[in-house]
Each structure stands twice: as C-alpha cells, then as structure tokens.
Design a protein around this ligand. Structure first.
Ligand code: C5P
Length: 227
C-alpha cells in the first residue's frame, strides 16, 4: 500500500475531526487538526489582549507571529495528538465558545494563514497524513490523493456542537452555539484569502442523516480505492 494524503474540508461542526481521527488511527497515519492551529493563535491573541469584542490589533498580532509556537504532541492515552501553544497544552482552552467567536477573524488574516499553511505543508510532506480544515484540499494540499467535503444542515451541526460543549461542562445556550456556527460559516466562506469552497475534485458527503458507522463505511470504500 502506498502512503497517501487525505484532505477533509467542510463547514464547522460537521464531524470532520471524528472522521479524520478514525481514518488516521485505522491507517496508522498522522492526524492534523488545522482548525486547532487557528484556534491556538486566536487564544494567544485573546490572552495578550490583541482581540476583544470591540477591537482587533491585527498589526501587533502580525508582529508577534514569529514568536508563536504551535506544536502537536501525541497523547498515547487519547490516541491522538494534542495542540500546544508555546509549550503549553491548550487542547481544552481552544475549544470554548469564546475562542470560536473570534477565530474566524484571526483566520482571515493572510499572514496568519501563511505561517500556518507553511507549517501544515511541512507536517504533510512525507504523506501518510489526514488533515481536516477549510482549505486543505484547495490550498494546503491541492494534489491530495483523496479529498472529502463534509456537509450537514446548520441545525444538525449546532446540536452536535451544543451537546459536545455541555458534555464538557460548558454552560452554553443552544441559540448562541447556532449563531456562532452560522457566523463562522459565513465568514469562512466569504473571506478573501482561502475561502471555504469545495475543491472541484472533492467528494461531497452530507451526513445530516447518517450514523457515524454508515459514514465510515462510505469513506473507507473511498480510501481503499485511493490507496
Ligand atoms: O475546524 P474548527 O471549527 O476547529 O476551525 C476553527 C476555525 O478556524 C474555522 O471556523 C475557520 O475560521 C478557521 N480555519 C481555517 N482554515 C482551516 C481550518 C480552520 O480558516 N484550514
């Protein structure tokens, strides 16, 4: 079997990471959650008061970009890599609704994208990688061997994200989660640099009415054909 590159893109909370993690585990590939990288930069901007409800000090963030170190460390117990910001595990801190509220603004900054895309390409240079995000099949790995574009209705996605947050103990309001999902879809699809679009050669999977198992069967078939 040859090693391949798998790109999984789509709107927020479509379950991309569930698919990607499962595939990586099954194939013995590296899984990269590119959204976690944008979230980590956003957390950094929040911690340093570069971004808030009424302001965004873009220039200052850009200046400090070279000092922001984002890395992945494999967690044996969990079976996947966790994201670290300047040496600190931020896996939990980057998943809050607050970070979700700012991340699409930070991800629209071309300098931020350039730095993270360079790093993503380096991680994937030897193939054997499953990466999920918004621009993986279009920008990061336009030559990926298999490209999936995952969709689901906004309501389905908000419900999934809401459950996830509640299970983690975050006291969030369903409508606030739905609003965030819709706002991010809009911003991610309409930004100038690397907007979220389906790559021409991506295979679309709408999982609104699919179980995780059904979905995985379909995807496993696609992977077997690509390998
Ligand atoms: O995948 P996740 O929902 O965690 O991504 C968070 C945000 O990061 C997205 O809403 C998007 O603004 C940004 N992102 C991006 N490009 C990627 C991955 C994520 O712009 N490849």
């Amino acid at each position: 079997n040859k090693k391949i590159t798998i790109a999984i893109d789509g709107f927020s909370s479509t379950g991309k990471s569930t698919i990607a993690k499962q595939l990586a585990k099954q194939l013995g590939y590296v899984y990269v959650d590119s959204g976690a990288m944008y979230r980590a930069v956003t957390l950094y901007a929040m911690q340093n008061n570069f971004i808030g409800e009424t302001y965004f000090k873009v220039e200052t963030l850009i200046e400090q970009l070279p000092t922001i170190d984002i890395s992945f460390v494999f967690n044996e117990a969990l079976g996947f890599a966790e994201v670290y910001l300047n040496g600190i595990n931020v896996e939990k801190n980057i998943r809050t609704l607050e970070v979700s509220g700012f991340v699409s603004k930070v991800a629209a900054v071309p300098e931020v994208r350039k730095q993270l895309v360079d790093q993503q390409r380096k991680i994937g240079e030897n193939k054997g990688v499953v990466m999920d995000g918004r621009d993986i099949g279009t920008v990061v790995f336009p030559n990926a061997d298999l490209k999936l574009f995952v969709t689901a209705s906004a309501g389905t996605r908000a419900e999934r994200r809401y459950k996830e947050l509640i299970e983690r103990g975050d006291r969030v309001d369903y409508n606030a989660v739905l609003k965030n999902v819709q706002e991010r879809d809009y911003m991610d699809s309409n930004r100038k640099d690397s907007p979220l679009v389906k790559a021409k050669d991506a295979i679309e999977i709408d999982n609104s009415n699919m179980s995780v198992e059904e979905q995985f069967e379909i995807i496993s078939d696609l992977v077997n054909k690509a390998i």
